[in-house]
Design a protein around this ligand. Structure first.
Ligand code: ADP
Length: 371
């Protein structure tokens, strides 16, 4: 199956129901207790009903098997990310709210000149929060979130990937409002995937661009057709794509992303915010000065490098224990101290070199918006 990435293995992904039904809290505790008894059975039945309904809504030409695959592997449920979970990136958050979240919540306000863009590209060094942002957008806009890694789309699915792309867009319309998040979009839209040995990826690229154009055309501010009413609203489907290698995307595809948002490495105050947040609720003895030193030495670290550093340092108190770890009571485990971070800094290094960073900055200057 297409493997969703980064921690999504922990996400519960089960077959439908795919719905954002909000059950109003029952004011009567007894009735709610009773209802929970029958819930499992009801849920099974509802799931089948839902599946049938969704399948019925799918546009012609969508392979039902592929659609089921997408529902199982690509639709992400649970494990919500909220804006506040993401340190910094205020500019990017603002752009995403304006471009996606508000239009999804108030479609009536965002038509005509205010018609939102159908796609946004998030680019920048790895581990800077692009995936987190996409997930927060889905949470905050109450949308169905389809998360797909483009490299697995092209590599694992070979002949099937075209069908899958069609099913992806078909389902996104049927379950609108939807966010289609394509990670590593460079591998799908790169200039290089045109050689004959990449026939399969060339075909999925073409299919992707065709489907996406259809969305853009359909959303261009005209009345919905009766087919669209049946098959879902294409104006409430948005493609969010992320890449660590924006320069690999071919020019024509790049131009399709009207919005290109740079997601840079965290600045001083953002690193501080993140470090403080990671340490909160932890038994530690780092003072303000220690934290300032850490903020200083982690210049050039990405958000995920900082998380890795803090996780490694948090292991410090346990490492010193050796075998005694197995029977030492919790309250006798020493606090995390500055020296634990110092030790971890030997092994956890920034993933982006200064040269690498310059490449992003240059590309951002030429093609991007800053966030
Ligand atoms: P990307 O998609 O840019 O490669 P992710 O969004 O997958 O990066 O981030 C990877 C991990 O790094 C996250 O799960 C989180 O633990 C941490 N991280 C990265 N950026 C941030 C941020 N801005 N705020 C908080 N945590 C972050």
């Amino acid at each position: 199956a297409i493997s969703p990435r980064n921690g999504e293995s922990a996400t519960r992904r089960k077959p439908p129901p795919v719905k954002r039904r909000e059950t109003p809290p029952s004011s009567d505790p007894e009735s709610s207790a009773q209802s929970s008894e029958n819930e499992a059975e009801d849920e099974d039945e509802e799931e089948n009903d839902d599946l049938a309904k969704i399948m019925n809504k799918l546009p012609k030409g969508v392979d039902p098997q592929s659609a089921k695959q997408i529902l199982n592997d690509i639709v992400v449920r649970g494990d919500e990310v909220h804006w506040d979970d993401i340190a910094g990136l205020e500019g990017a958050k603002k752009a995403l709210k304006e471009a996606v979240v508000y239009p999804f919540l108030r479609p009536d306000l965002f038509s005509g000149l205010r018609e939102p863009a159908r796609g946004m590209l998030l680019f920048g060094p790895p581990g800077t929060g692009k995936t987190m942002l996409a997930r927060a957008v889905a949470t905050e806009s109450k949308s169905t979130f389809f998360s797909v890694s483009a490299s697995s789309l092209t590599s694992k699915w070979h002949g099937e990937s075209e069908k899958l792309v069609r099913a992806l867009f078909g389902l996104a319309k049927a379950l609108a409002p939807s966010i289609i998040f394509v990670d590593e979009i460079d591998s799908l839209l790169s200039a290089r995937s045109s050689g004959s040995e990449h026939e399969a990826s060339r075909r999925s690229k073409t299919e992707f661009l065709v489907q996406w154009s259809d969305l853009q055309r359909a959303a261009a501010g005209r009345e919905q057709t009766s087919r669209e009413k049946k098959e879902g609203d294409p104006s409430r489907v948005l493609v969010l794509a992320a890449t660590n290698m924006p320069w690999d995307i071919d020019e024509a595809a790049r131009r399709r992303f009207v919005r290109r948002q740079y997601i840079p490495l965290p600045e001083h105050h953002v690193r501080e915010q993140q470090i403080r947040r990671l340490l909160s609720h932890q038994h530690h003895e780092l003072g303000d000065e220690d934290i300032q030193v850490l903020v200083h030495v982690t210049e050039g670290f990405s958000g995920s490098d900082i998380t890795a550093l803090a996780k490694d340092a948090a292991m410090g108190p346990l490492r010193n224990l050796g075998e005694a770890l197995l029977h030492t009571p919790m309250d006798q485990i020493r606090a995390i101290i500055f020296q634990d971070f110092e030790a971890s800094l030997y092994s956890i290094r920034p993933s982006v070199s200064p040269d690498g960073l310059k490449k992003y900055e240059d590309w951002a200057k030429e093609f991007g918006e800053r966030g």
